[in-house]
Ligand binder design. Structure first.
Ligand code: ADP
Length: 252
């Protein structure tokens, strides 16, 4: 079944700042879309709009042709899983209990057998089953990131949003998380992530959206969006793009 998320003509203002200025995009299940652009381009704001926490001043977000902002927050939470850039303090929660918090949109009173199963399933997907009883604060950076992804998966979403999922990780964990992200889209999820690293975006995405000052500079196939002239102009740095290896190198 094809599921599609569509952002149509979205505008968001923070007082006098135009954070998003007529942004449109569409992504289907099985696809990974990366949002790139310099600091302040509007990447996090766009994720917050798609997450339903920020209502755009103009425009809509449609999932399966239903406007996200007409749904109750609980129903949005069932459709969209969010992986924040940084986790707030979590105390001594175990990995299992933490991932269970991702079931909230489905739990009425106490968690059921099915909720438990979904948590174990999510832990399996991110390969953390063995660490279910470990305290969250005892995890490595890469394991913690996987636990946060498991929490999003436990809600059985159709869309997973990730805000710079590789930003605080060393090289090996960055690759691990990107390969996990690919496995999510292979499972039929829609994946949308904000990324800083252009080479990672090149390699990990089916589609790329290049934002600058809240406007879409280009959107589509990575080879079409990642052109040296566009990237140099938007980031203000000359770059070389090595297509056969999907590498982008800034020149300094
Ligand atoms: P990015 O994630 O690409 O760095 P953001 O979406 O965080 O960009 O920010 C887009 C613009 O909106 C920036 O100019 C930023 O300063 C501004 N902005 C973001 N959040 C707020 C806020 N809560 N209040 C006022 N301005 C904000």
């Amino acid at each position: 079944m094809v599921i599609e998320i569509e952002v149509r003509g979205v505008k968001v203002y923070y007082k006098s700042v135009r954070a998003l200025d007529g942004v449109s995009l569409s992504v289907r299940n099985g696809e990974v879309l990366s949002i790139i652009g310099p600091n302040g381009a509007g990447k996090s704001t766009l994720l917050r709009v798609i997450n339903g926490v920020l209502k755009p001043h103009v425009g809509t977000v449609l999932i399966d042709k239903t406007s996200l902002h007409d749904l109750r927050p609980r129903d949005v939470a069932r459709k969209v899983g969010y992986v924040p850039q940084r986790l707030r303090a979590t105390g001594m929660l175990t990995v299992y209990d933490f991932v269970m918090t991702g079931r909230r949109p489905h739990v009425s009173f106490a968690p059921t057998k099915e909720d438990e199963e979904k948590v174990y399933e999510a832990l399996k997907v991110v390969r953390l089953s063995d660490l279910a009883d470990r305290a969250l604060e005892e995890l490595s950076g890469g394991e913690l990131q996987r636990a946060v992804i498991a929490r999003a998966l436990a809600g059985e979403p159709e869309v997973v949003l990730l805000d710079e999922p590789t930003s605080n990780l060393d090289l090996k964990y960055q690759l691990e998380v990107l390969s996990l992200v690919r496995s999510l889209s292979n499972r039929g999820l829609i994946v949308i992530m904000a990324l800083h690293d252009l080479t990672q975006a090149y390699r990990a995405s089916d589609k790329i959206l290049l934002l600058n000052s809240g406007k879409v500079v280009a959107v589509g196939d990575p080879d079409e969006v990642l052109r040296p002239d566009l990237i140099s102009k938007v980031y203000g740095v000359p770059v070389i793009i090595i297509k056969e290896h999907k590498i982008i190198v800034p020149l300094f």
